[in-house]
Ligand binder design. Sequence first.
Ligand SMILES: Nc1ncnc2c1ncn2[C@@H]1O[C@H](COP(=O)(O)OP(=O)(O)OP(=O)(O)O)[C@@H](O)[C@H]1O
Ligand SMILES: [Mg+2]
Length: 276
Amino acid sequence: MSEILQVKNLKKYYTKKNIFGKQTSLVKAVDDVSFSVELGQTLVLAGESGSGKSTIAKMILRAIEPDSGEIIFDGTKISGDPSSLQKIRMEVQMVYQDPYDSINPNMKIIDIIAEPLEIHRIGNAKQRLDMVRQVLHEVKMEPVDEFMTKYPHMLSGGQRQRVVLARALILKPKMIIADEPVSMLDVSIRAEILELMDALREKLHISFLYITHDLATARYFGQKIAILHLGKIAEVGPIDDVLFSPKQEYTKALIDAISDPNPDNLTRERKIQSNL
Ligand SMILES: Nc1ncnc2c1ncn2[C@@H]1O[C@H](COP(=O)(O)OP(=O)(O)OP(=O)(O)O)[C@@H](O)[C@H]1O
Ligand SMILES: [Mg+2]
């Protein structure tokens, strides 16, 4: 199987300064991390708050430069290569936790979704309209003509996240990085959005990097999982292997930390399933 993304020995350290600007401590945000994402599959990057998940995403998107290590996307080394920026901005799209952060509340849905086409000067007005219709159809916002003229505040949280997805899809990306895409949503619609993303993965052959601290939703969605702990990969492998027979104490502790009203009665497997 071919790999769409390879991350090799990636490092990013920060120096935390005190209020007088003096160096006080070193934060090893990402500390020698290697993993790969197979073409058309989902890798879950899981770990507690502060484990380095978003820092990895930012380096892949080239929003920040790694201290060292390599990022190879679609066969091309992108780290340290300014000419790769355009390719990455088109082919890797990001879906964030809070749809309100990523869409302009004063714009109509049609303009929000068409904006990336304008930025990248793709198509004429009619072609853009057709493409907006097509992606709204892909994310099941129907009837599409009715939704296009609405404003974000007229939609539910789940519908807003569908708009964010449509906006990501319009550039026909090869990969979507989804950083906690459902954690702000009502529990009842989380599965719906994850299922939609999984269907898009299959239909459009998009690869996903799904970033979460929530191991319960991870199983819904991923084929492989990498458990991140203090900037290092604690364990990586097929998702059922890692979650149902974890080899590392840290992974076990993380699974046991999934809250449950009656934890004494549950095996680890049931705990994960009952949290879905
Ligand atoms: N710009 C920065 N300057 C200094 N330290 C930073 C910076 N960005 C991140 N860090 C530190 O790096 C570590 C990793 O942060 P990161 O945001 O990648 O974690 P995360 O796994 O995404 O957490 P969360 O689940 O809360 O989003 C943390 O200790 C954080 O405080
Ligand atoms: Mg984060």
